[in-house]
Design a protein around this ligand. Structure first.
Ligand code: FEO
Length: 402
């Protein structure tokens, strides 16, 4: 059996979803699973755009067979060589001996690295804006380096005006057969998963994403068909504008988040007291996270959403609490910019975590740090409570004047 969907006449979604995988890239929790999208154009020539992860192999092969309707496979376009999309290249090359593989020079370098596969007689090298006729359908290729690997390209189908966009515009979440955006509720929860995917997977490469968005802006695009998540056939600007915001590291909301680490509850209490004070100053909607309970990928996603990030950490072995360190390392690696930070440090002796956190974020671009850094010695007292109050006014002023 198969579960293909025709996304336009003779163009089929032939991907598959995986709800058993716990961690994407063996790192990011995916409680709602993930989809691996692949597409088949069944024209005078048949052309598959990408394959899937090996975990989705059986469903994908059933779907591909159904969409081919007994025909041979003429072309495989490899838009992205990461194994969640290229895992079945070798198997398809053996199964369809006439299949020509289409990619750019970097694609073929990576194919050689992953597979012991001689494609010398079956390769079609393409460069920016090269074209290929399939019959009624016509493909044009656009290089999209570092969105999110160097070989990434996108394929534009000119008759239906579909952009096959590789990882761009993707999301976490299995699609359960509801492959189109208008078959799903696109609410805050959906965007949270889309942002978590973007920020953690592609977030480092904002500049390259903007360059690709600019390159695509001259195209008349009626449908976006990414390698993960939903196929967008309406309201395209909704997802395009989110990508513009995320890629330019612009906060989506003028709001604060508080991320704390706490071994025995004293730093947690300070975080909560600060949020009460901030609320009493009229600033609402601040979310408070325990770094030990919330996956770092979610904290990263929230940091791409919010304009103000308040970090509270005990001093631990003369440094910052290790999980806060992990978060700060990811923030730096993912190039987050344009944010306002505030810090609370705790320490029974020698509290220095606030100063260290401040040093760690100073290499980020266009960062502001609010005064004061609040120092707690073991537990809140009248002095540190007054400092929290002062910080709450700084946060209020900063949010109100943005
Ligand atoms: Fe979904 Fe960069 O692979």
């Amino acid at each position: 059996m198969n579960y293909i969907r025709e996304i336009k006449k003779d163009i089929y979604w032939v991907g598959a979803s995986d709800k058993r995988l716990a961690l994407f890239e063996n790192m990011f929790p995916i409680p709602e699973g993930v989809s691996y999208n692949a597409y088949l154009i069944n024209d005078e020539k048949t052309c598959l755009l990408d394959t899937v992860d090996v975990s989705a192999r059986l469903d994908f092969l059933d779907n591909l067979k159904a969409a081919l309707k007994g025909r041979d496979l003429d072309y495989l376009v490899v838009n992205h060589m990461e194994p969640d999309h290229c895992a079945l290249i070798e198997e398809l090359a053996l199964k369809y001996p006439k299949m020509i593989v289409i990619g750019n020079p970097k694609t073929f370098n990576f194919i050689k690295q992953f597979y012991n596969l001689d494609l010398s007689e079956r390769s079609l090298l393409v460069y920016d804006e090269n074209e290929l006729d399939l019959g009624k359908h016509h493909l044009r290729f656009y290089m999209a380096p570092m969105v999110h690997w160097p070989e990434v390209m996108m394929t534009y189908e000119t008759s239906e005006k579909i952009i096959f966009s590789a990882d761009a515009f993707g999301s976490f979440g299995a699609n359960d057969g509801n492959i189109f955006n208008d078959e799903n509720k696109i609410d805050d929860r959906w965007f949270a998963e889309a942002r978590r995917y973007y920020a953690n997977i592609v977030g480092k490469y904002g500049q390259q994403v903007i360059a690709t968005l600019n390159k695509l802006s001259k195209l008349d695009i009626r449908m976006i068909a990414p390698l993960h998540g939903l196929v967008w056939r309406s309201d395209l600007l909704t997802i395009i504008n989110k990508y513009k915001t995320w890629a330019s590291y612009t906060p989506e909301e003028n709001k604060a988040i508080i991320i704390y680490a706490s071994m025995y509850g004293n730093t947690a209490k300070a975080a909560q007291v600060l949020n009460v004070l901030v609320n009493e100053n009229g600033i609402h909607g601040t979310k408070v996270y325990d770094v030990s309970k919330t996956p770092i990928s979610e904290l990263i996603s929230e940091s791409f959403r919010a304009s103000h990030i308040i970090l509270a950490s005990p001093t631990y072995n003369g440094d910052v609490y290790p999980l806060i360190n992990n978060y700060l390392h990811d923030l730096k690696m993912l190039n987050l910019q344009n944010r306002t930070f505030a810090f609370i440090e705790n320490g029974t002796w020698g509290p220095i975590s606030g100063r260290i956190m401040k040093e760690k974020i100073e290499s980020l671009k266009n960062i502001k740090v609010l005064d004061p850094i609040v120092t707690i010695r073991s537990a809140l007292n009248e002095t540190s409570y007054e400092d929290l109050k002062t910080l709450s006014y700084s946060i209020q002023y900063s949010i109100d004047t943005k």
